[in-house]
Write a protein that binds this ligand. Structure first.
Ligand code: IMP
Length: 203
């Protein structure tokens, strides 16, 4: 009797991030695919990358190219931010340093709430993420969004960044009041990387 064993050789793919939470979230999405998702620290040492692009895609590409050029593996990378309609889509790609250099998440949230204080509700907003694949030749970008609104006061202590002030459409809790797994199912990043996974499987 012949015994056929199916061997699946996985392609190595490095995720260009130093953020362990992002790595955990995205490795779940890539589990069961033809790709073995590696951390930067699996192939070398993480180093500082200056993200000075003017779009999410440009910044994600800067990260992907820096890691590809240094280590030579195919890479996935992402960049995200938050856009508030009444603020002409600010802070957008500048979300991390909205309240200034070296500011905290809490500084950013305070600044956002004070800018919206006098404006009429609802304060419509969305999280946006660009995820992309780069292997030195092929560049595959994919977008993901999560729509919602900014609430009056920070609520909840899970998650990070703008999660305490962001309430997704269809929910009456903020992202910081959700279990991480629930947030990941609807998040802009989850959507962008699921789209990217599908595009990679078709390519
Ligand atoms: P990054 O450059 O993709 O790491 O994200 C830039 C900034 O966007 C972060 O520092 C956060 O302030 C904000 N941000 C991105 N994703 C999220 C999220 O899922 N929740 C809350 N804030 C986020």
């Amino acid at each position: 009797m012949k015994l056929w064993v199916k061997i699946m050789i996985k392609s190595k793919l490095v995720f260009a991030t130093g953020n362990q939470d992002k790595y955990k979230e995205v490795s779940k999405i890539f589990a069961g695919t033809n790709y073995e998702l590696l951390k930067v620290t699996d192939v070398g040492e993480m180093f500082e990358i200056i993200e000075d692009g003017d779009t999410y895609e440009a910044n994600a590409f800067i990260k992907a190219k820096a890691i590809f050029d240094k280590f030579g593996y195919p890479v996935i990378a992402d960049d995200s931010g938050i856009e508030v309609e009444q603020l002409d889509n600010r802070p957008g790609i500048y979300a991390a340093r909205y309240a200034g250099e070296n500011c905290t998440y809490s500084d950013n949230n305070k600044k956002l709430l004070s800018e919206l204080k006098e404006l009429e509700k609802p304060h419509k907003a969305k999280f946006v993420c660009c995820a992309l694949f780069y292997d030195g030749e092929k560049l595959i970008p994919a977008m993901g969004e999560l729509k919602g609104q900014i609430v009056d006061e920070p609520r909840g202590n899970k998650g990070f960044g703008y999660d305490p002030v962001f309430m997704p459409d269809g929910y009456d809790i903020t992202c910081a009041e959700m279990e991480l797994e629930d947030k990941n199912k609807i998040s802009h990043r989850g959507r962008a990387f699921n789209n990217l996974k599908n595009l990679l499987e078709q390519s």
